[in-house]
Write a protein that binds this ligand. Structure first.
Ligand SMILES: [Zn+2]
Length: 334
């Protein structure tokens, strides 16, 4: 059996998947191996190779049947897989600065390797989960986690662009002042901007911006007693249970996303909008409520635009590996 592998390299763990030429995934859930990225490229590349053998064994395929490998990592990195010379939060060892990880892994494994940043890989998976292989549709994906990642699939192709910042949607500014209940908020992002998508639609945005804005309006709320970092992590679970403050936090996120999607609709005229990440790892009721709030947060759409569907990205924790594998499939499909 001939397959390609998807390798999702994070700061601490590597997640693997395998997919055959028909686009069937051979590993159902998470298949993880420690990344040891703090020990630098040599150790980490060996970890990737060792973990790939384990994943192949698990799926019942020979390592020699893995024709190509799709790699994804957090950025910043070039479209071709070279880490920024200024370093990266997840890859702190000095030898990572400017390291070409795509080339390094291809050399290590002796196989062709494709590269995507983690958000673009997730976006490619989200797109495939709706449209299947060989699609010429356009989709916009937003992944809400600690930060905010996203991706644009334009007529079936991942938008990467020359510096690798294509589809870096989290730092696009949105007119947040129009969201009800946010008068006086000044949402700062790590990147230095005020009022971009990540400043509101991320766990960090909840901790630094939305929760501090709403907490004083709910005297005696249980989250007020906690450290802000710990409190932020509890917001989704409480919102899912119907806590009014926490639902208000997610309403603001959803409306921010509605404003953002409106910008994307007017730029790309997409076939689908996709939302994924930890924010949506909740009950189906919560997911439906959140999607309805995104829609409610959009300015009035033209009739043909109002019908663009909003989907929840499935298999969230394996999205990166799956998207990376789909990209690698292109290396072996003639
Ligand atoms: Zn930003």
């Amino acid at each position: 059996m001939q397959v390609v592998a998807g390798v999702d390299l994070g700061g601490t763990a590597i997640n693997y998947t395998l997919v055959n030429r028909q686009g069937q995934f051979l590993i159902a859930g998470l298949c993880e191996h420690p990344a040891l990225s703090k020990q630098g490229p040599e150790v980490c590349l060996q970890q990737i190779a060792d973990g790939l053998k384990i994943a192949s064994d698990k799926a019942g395929v020979l390592l020699s049947d893995v024709l190509a490998v799709g790699l994804d990592t957090p950025g910043p990195a070039s479209a071709g897989g070279q880490f920024s010379a200024r370093g990266s939060t997840n890859f702190v060892h000095p030898r990572w600065a400017g390291f070409d990880i795509r080339e390094g892994l291809a050399h290590k494994l002796g196989k062709p390797v494709s590269y995507l940043n983690d958000a673009n890989a997730a976006a490619l998976w989200g797109h495939y989960s709706i449209f299947g292989a060989g699609s010429r549709e356009t989709s916009i994906s937003v992944v809400i986690g600690t930060g905010n990642g996203g991706g644009i699939i334009l007529e079936g192709i991942v938008v990467k662009s020359k510096n690798g910042f294509g589809g870096e949607l989290g730092h696009v500014l949105i007119p947040y002042q129009s969201i009800a209940g946010t008068a006086g908020i000044k949402p700062l992002c790590n990147c230095g901007r005020t009022g971009d998508l990540e400043s509101l639609c991320s766990l960090t945005g909840i901790e630094r911006n939305i929760l501090p804005h709403f907490l004083p309006r709910y005297p005696g709320h249980e989250l007020a007693k906690l450290d802000p970092h710990e409190a932020a992590k509890l917001v989704r679970g409480l919102a899912d249970k119907g806590d009014p403050l926490c639902k208000e936090v997610f309403r603001v996120q959803a409306h921010a996303l509605g404003l953002f999607f409106d910008e994307m609709i007017n730029t790309f005229d997409p076939d689908a909008l996709i939302v994924g990440g930890g924010a949506l790892e909740a009950s189906q009721d919560f997911q439906h409520w959140f999607l309805a709030e995104i829609r409610a947060g959009m300015p009035t759409q033209r009739e043909e635009q109002a019908g663009i569907p909003i989907h929840v990205m499935p298999n969230g924790d394996t999205a990166g590996a799956r998207g990376a594998a789909l990209e690698a499939l292109k290396l072996v499909q003639m």
